[in-house]
Write a protein that binds this ligand. Sequence first.
Ligand code: ZN
Length: 105
Amino acid sequence: MYPTDSSMPPPPYPVPQHEAQSSVIFVQNPIVGPKSTRLICPNCRADVFTRTTESATAKAWMCSFLMFLTGLFCCSCIPLCMESFQKVDHHCPSCGAYVGSYHVD
Ligand SMILES: [Zn+2]
């Protein structure tokens, strides 16, 4: 007979970090633009205007770093300011959930 010990905690299971790219699943992937967009939040179902935050893409940081390495110190900040290297992240103002990104390219 097996002892019915249900109070045992589950064994620690390491969450694979390198597979994060393929595990991003949206119930509803809203199309967002460069400006605040009205949509139904997929997380809290509220009818909201998204809160936008502009930031440089990973590509911009890569270009900047490469320019810095090749001696173009004064130009290395240019990719971070270029509009084509910017992305706009949209978040729900109600619950703060990430709802989508807009890329210029
Ligand atoms: Zn929300």
